[in-house]
Design a protein around this ligand. Structure first.
Ligand SMILES: *[C@@H]1O[C@H](CO)[C@@H](O)[C@H](O)[C@H]1NC(C)=O
Ligand SMILES: *[C@@H]1O[C@H](CO)[C@@H](O)[C@H](O)[C@H]1NC(C)=O
Ligand SMILES: *[C@@H]1O[C@H](CO)[C@@H](O)[C@H](O)[C@H]1NC(C)=O
Length: 351
């Protein structure tokens, strides 16, 4: 079932209603012209006795979710970083780091992607070669060089709130990396922390986790990872989430509270066309969206045309259904997309 069919259905209903309205106007004009010569009294009998009652299913009313225009990733899902695994261009290199951007120029930093990640199903990592240093002939700019991520629409960072940052990195030298939330031009710092480590501690992939508390509110913020130290730093699977998500499970508290107040008895997810894909190679595969988020390959949704890390996957939706006290209606792909399909003999193993 795709949007196209649904849109056609909607148009059908609309034109029906229009024809009906015209008929009513015509009929009442006739009455007006000819008076009451026709006896058109209609009697509608409503039998509301207990004998004729039918029980309505407890599950008749629910909510219907579709990942479309970032309703999930960038919407009800609280993750602030877009493209947290640098995999938006797929599994080969060079991959697309968009919307990450570089702080510095070619005299101070060189950024590329390679396949050195510690995550076997997610091999692309970002490689940041810092050419400048805190001393010597090529001094780094005072604010440092590095990369930043503006999130989906600019990160909404709020005063007094805490944000949990998780990132994985490896470094050729001892490390001094500043992790900060700033305004969109980088000039206003809202929260900042430094990761300092001896080279022996970071010569292999290491996971860092820290909490930042914001000293200000800025609805168009970004995450910055910067340094003033020469060397090569590899980064992968970078996440920023507010700590106050709905029941601690990663959904935006204020939005899911509104959904909860609707008292839905079921929740349907994660989409229709989103599940199908325009082409079967881009179809949503539920098995790829469960397990540790760092190991989820993500996919390009070619119906709505954007990359998702699939950090919001089947597991999270099932958790949400449980938290809402709603039955899950989970949509999975039955082997067809808008344009192609898998061979019938392989349908069972496909989803
Ligand atoms: C209109 O129909 C009702 C119900 O059949 C009947 O009782 C009534 O007499 C009719 N009136 C005229 C004017 O024919
Ligand atoms: C690179 O940036 C530095 C400031 O950090 C500036 O002095 C230099 O002119 C820039 N180089 C180029 C080629 O833009
Ligand atoms: C680096 O860590 C990975 C696991 O993340 C491990 O498989 C590998 O052996 C380590 N390499 C070295 C050189 O210690």
């Amino acid at each position: 079932m795709g949007l196209k069919e649904r849109t056609v259905g909607l148009h059908g209903t609309t034109s029906c209603a229009l024809i009906y309205a015209c008929f009513l106007i015509w009929a009442s004009n006739q009455c007006f012209v000819h008076g009451l010569e026709a006896n058109q009294t209609a009697v509608l009998m409503v039998d509301a006795s207990t004998l004729s009652q039918r029980k309505i299913s407890d599950h008749l009313f629910g909510v219907f979710f579709e990942e479309i225009n970032h309703a999930g990733a960038g919407g009800i899902w609280a993750e602030l970083v877009s493209n947290r695994g640098f995999e938006a261009g797929g599994p080969s290199t060079p991959s697309s780091i968009d919307p990450w951007s570089i702080i510095g120029n070619e005299t101070s930093i060189y950024v590329s992607t390679d396949r050195t990640s510690c995550f076997s199903r997610n091999k692309v990592a970002l490689r940041m070669e810092v050419l400048c240093d805190s001393r010597g002939s090529n001094i780094c700019p005072a604010a440092g060089v590095g990369i930043y991520n503006p999130g989906y629409w600019g990160m909404n960072i709020e005063q007094g709130k805490t944000y949990r940052v998780v990132l994985h990195l490896m470094s050729s030298e001892s490390l001094s990396l500043s992790v900060s939330l700033t305004s969109s031009d980088g000039l206003q710092s809202l929260a900042s922390a430094n990761i300092i480590a001896a080279s022996s501690k970071v010569s292999n992939w290491t996971k860092f986790e820290l909490q930042l508390e914001s000293t200000g509110t800025n609805r168009n913020s970004r995450l910055q990872l910067t340094t003033n130290k020469k060397g090569i730093i590899w980064l992968d699977q970078v996440s920023v989430m507010p700590t106050n998500t709905y029941m601690g499970h990663g959904f935006r508290e204020e939005l899911v509270t509104m959904v909860k107040n609707m008292k839905p008895r079921f929740i349907r997810f994660p989409g229709g066309c989103y599940i199908e894909g325009e082409h079967i190679r881009n179809a949503f595969r539920w098995r790829e969206s469960i397990g540790p988020w760092e190991e989820r390959p993500g996919h390009f949704g070619d119906v709505w045309n954007y990359w998702t890390d699939d950090g919001l996957g089947y597991f999270e939706f099932l958790q949400l259904a449980e938290d809402l006290g709603a039955s899950p209606v989970w949509v999975f792909n039955s082997g067809n997309s808008h344009r192609d399909q898998v061979a019938t003999s392989t349908v069972l193993s496909f989803p």
